[in-house]
Design a protein around this ligand. Structure first.
Ligand code: FAD
Length: 452
């Protein structure tokens, strides 16, 4: 086992940890980054599978994500626009396929009006509560002790409208059923993108991609950090005193003045802290859990749906694949569709064997885009639930009451230990942008502490 002395040890080489480290280096500090996996990037992961580049984790960039956009630019990476020309598809409760354009789903006029009313209501709450400190708002406890499903039912008797609004936050974002998270947690999710309107606007939230995949961001950051980044070093133990830490991983022991733990908060309790963390930290980590979603990639010899005038965008709260998009790579002849199967639907298809599951999921893509969709040349399911160092997707969120009760403590340092992750409240919450912001914030705190 190798022993290293450093000023700061960063645990986790996801985008949060890899955004913190360069700031510390710029401020003149020695940094070591310890990463459990044999690769960097965490929930950003690009692989060539069956001859096509697939983004197995996070991929989209939206115009409000200025920390990510700044990073992409600084690293000299290029972006391209998601293909969106043509008509979108919606499948209704009777299984009928309806083509439409624009953001408004083709549902009954009174349901459209009701969805617009609920959207305005959520936009108002978002404007009032914000992304940074939702727990500090006078209505925090009230909104945090009712499930989003129950809250929607209180606001509207139009079940179809409620079901669609629930889908945008539940299946599509927190990847939990809307009975399993609070209205306040839903407001935070929307606030992360500036407004609920932004969050549900696929033109906005799914705007661009990075050429070569979004994992280029952590890969390039790590490349620049060079030998400071050690992969294959899962951290098992963290001993701390007010003056510093000793961090033990499988291959390296680092003695440092400060630590930044840049891991999903749900995995933090797997580290043996000595002395143990304070009561508030123990409690708050137990009130967070990961959602679950299968990201399905289907690659075809050409983007055949475009010939039919379709954009590749599709929605239905009635199908297992609740949303799908054209995910064709930059300057690629092959066409790729990406679809998502979320929360309890994911449980359902995971209970099937792999062949059945593939058939069932492709049947939904065929319901959206026609029979050709059932026969891809490459089919792949991103299954983050089985990833030892993640255990779900996209991110972690609080149970009922957890955000208002514990949120204020999520980033509070414990002695020399600081925290960073996209799963903490803030702009870009549960997105790469939020991970970068949290890394920058933790680095600034550490620099200030070291300079004091
Ligand atoms: P992570 O990426 O989870 O990084 C934490 C790191 O810590 C990991 O590398 C992990 O291996 C490491 N680690 C864990 N335990 C230990 C240990 N004991 N010792 C050492 N290292 C450890 N976001 C978007 O902005 N746009 C999208 O389109 C998008 N789509 C997504 C699709 C999927 C399928 C998924 C899974 C996520 C998506 N996201 C998206 C979310 C985004 O990927 C994450 O919010 C972000 O990448 C998280 O970064 P992070 O650094 O905070 O955490």
């Amino acid at each position: 086992i190798e022993h290293i002395d450093a000023d700061v040890v960063v645990i986790g080489a996801g985008v949060a940890g890899l955004s913190a480290a360069p700031r510390l280096v710029e401020a003149g500090h020695d940094v070591v980054v310890l990463e459990a996996r044999e690769r960097v990037g965490g929930r950003l992961w690009t692989e060539v599978i069956g001859g096509t580049l697939l983004e197995l984790g996070g991929q989209w960039v939206s115009p409000d994500q200025t920390a990510l956009l700044e990073t992409v630019e600084t690293l000299g990476l290029e972006t391209f626009e998601r293909y969106r020309a043509g008509e979108s598809v919606y499948v209704d409760g009777a299984g009928e396929r309806i083509r439409f354009t624009g953001e408004q789903l083709p549902v009954a006029d009174d349901t459209v009006a009701e969805m617009e009313r609920l959207t305005a209501l959520l936009d108002e709450l978002v404007a009032d509560i914000g992304a940074e400190e939702p727990w500090a708002h006078p209505r925090a406890r009230e909104l945090d002790t009712v499930s989003f499903a129950a809250w929607l039912a209180q606001q509207s008797s139009d079940e179809v409208a409620c079901r669609h609004i629930a889908m945008f936050i539940g299946e599509a974002m927190l990847t939990k059923p809307a009975h399993a998270f609070s209205a306040l947690q839903a407001v935070l999710m929307a606030a992360s993108a500036g407004s609920f309107s932004n969050l549900v606007d696929s033109e906005f939230i799914l705007d661009r991609r990075v050429v070569g995949g979004l994992q280029r961001v952590p890969l390039t950051l790590a490349e620049r950090l060079g030998e400071r980044v050690r992969t294959g070093t899962p951290v098992r133990r963290l001993e701390h005193t007010p003056d510093g830490v000793v961090v033990t991983s499988d291959r390296v022991v680092v003695r440092a003045r400060r630590a930044i733990v840049a891991m999903p908060p749900t995995l933090i309790p797997r580290i043996d802290f000595q002395p143990p963390l304070p009561r508030r930290q123990h409690q708050l980590h137990q009130h967070l859990s990961f959602g679950l979603v299968i990201k399905v990639h289907a690659v075809y010899d050409r983007p055949f749906w475009r010939e039919d005038g379709l954009s590749g965008t599709a929605f239905s709260p009635y199908l297992l694949v609740h949303e799908a998009y054209d995910n064709t790579n930059h300057e690629d002849e092959r066409g790729t569709l990406v679809g998502f199967v979320s929360d309890e639907h994911a449980d359902g298809v995971f209970a099937m064997d792999a062949e059945q599951r593939r058939e069932r999921i492709l049947a939904d893509l065929a319901a959206y885009f026609g029979p050709e969709a059932a026969n891809p040349v490459v089919y792949y399911e991103s299954d983050w639930g089985t990833e030892e160092w993640t255990r779900g997707a996209y991110g972690a969120s609080y149970d009922l009451g957890g955000l208002s009760r514990y949120g204020a403590d999520q980033r509070t340092p414990v002695g020399p230990i600081h925290w960073a992750c996209s799963d903490f409240a803030g702009l870009g919450f549960q997105h790469v942008d939020g991970g970068i912001r949290s890394g920058w914030a933790a680095a600034a705190d550490v620099v200030a502490a070291l300079d004091a």
